[in-house]
Design a protein around this ligand. Structure first.
Ligand code: ADE
Length: 250
């Protein structure tokens, strides 16, 4: 899978992603991440890409033209790659604009985006981007939560992390992406590793029993209890048995 990030801070994005699991997946060729500097498409001698907003108001706006030229360059890269691998194909990539005004990102969206071959992220800075270029190039407006950040880079990195781990081969163990938080709208159960006793706290005996069916049942119950306590909004969406429903209400 290939990600392109249109940004004014390419180092921030690449330094952040080029480590650990995502970095290893890049080395293995499972993921390709390219940050494209919008400033390279500045069209004046000062290399500036921002200007005052019409109508007044605080701060500066990113101008339409550099963003558009950057998008055209990314689109060309994608088209060239598609033509090489499958002549005759032409496709426009999904372009995600990170903004608090977008739809809130969640696991279902990560799963949907993970089906794409190419994804383009557009990171805004200052007070945002000229609306006209957004209308021309953006296909998806996505927020990572109800708070305002200084730019779209961290949200893009968060999305790329969540999407990448769903790409086959990126996690060591493909099953682990399936059986965890938000599967069935339940949070993950508690986990323990060695030693058996730590700070006078014992690992739950059932986990040492070797009885897999009982362990699965216990884990599911713990997920229900934890979700009911921490995320009652999710419990409403989870498909629970009558018994589990009771557990959630306790
Ligand atoms: N840019 C600034 N704040 C943001 C947020 N909460 N989500 C996505 N992009 C943003």
């Amino acid at each position: 899978m290939q990600f392109y990030i249109m940004t004014l801070f390419p180092d921030m994005v690449m330094d952040g992603l080029n480590t650990s699991i995502i970095g290893r997946a890049m080395d293995k060729g499972l993921l390709d991440i390219e940050a494209v500097n919008i400033r390279d498409y500045a069209f004046n001698k000062h290399n500036s890409v921002d200007d005052y907003p019409y109508g007044g108001g605080a701060g500066m706006l990113m101008q339409a033209e550099p963003v558009y030229q950057c998008y055209e360059a990314v689109k060309k890269k994608i088209e060239t790659k598609a033509l090489l691998s499958d002549p005759g194909t032409r496709k426009s990539p999904r372009v995600i604009y990170l903004s608090p005004q977008g739809k809130t990102f969640n696991q279902t969206m990560a799963e949907e985006f993970a089906q794409e071959e190419d994804l383009v992220f557009l990171c805004g800075h200052y007070e945002g981007i000229d609306e006209r270029v957004l209308n021309e190039v953006v296909t998806d407006y996505v927020s990572i939560g109800d708070y305002v950040l200084t730019g779209g880079e961290l949200p893009a990195m968060i999305m790329i992390d969540a999407i990448s781990r769903l790409v086959p081969g990126v996690l060591h163990n493909d099953v682990s992406a399936e059986f965890e938080s938000f599967q069935d709208n339940l949070l993950e159960y508690p986990q323990y590793s060695r030693p058996e006793i730590w700070h006078d706290k014992q690992v739950p005996a059932i986990l040492l029993s070797g009885h897999h069916a009982n362990i699965e049942k216990w884990r599911r119950e713990q997920s229900v209890i934890r979700t009911a306590k921490n995320r009652p909004d999710l419990i409403e969406k989870a498909k629970l048995t009558k018994e589990e429903q009771k557990l959630a209400e306790e």
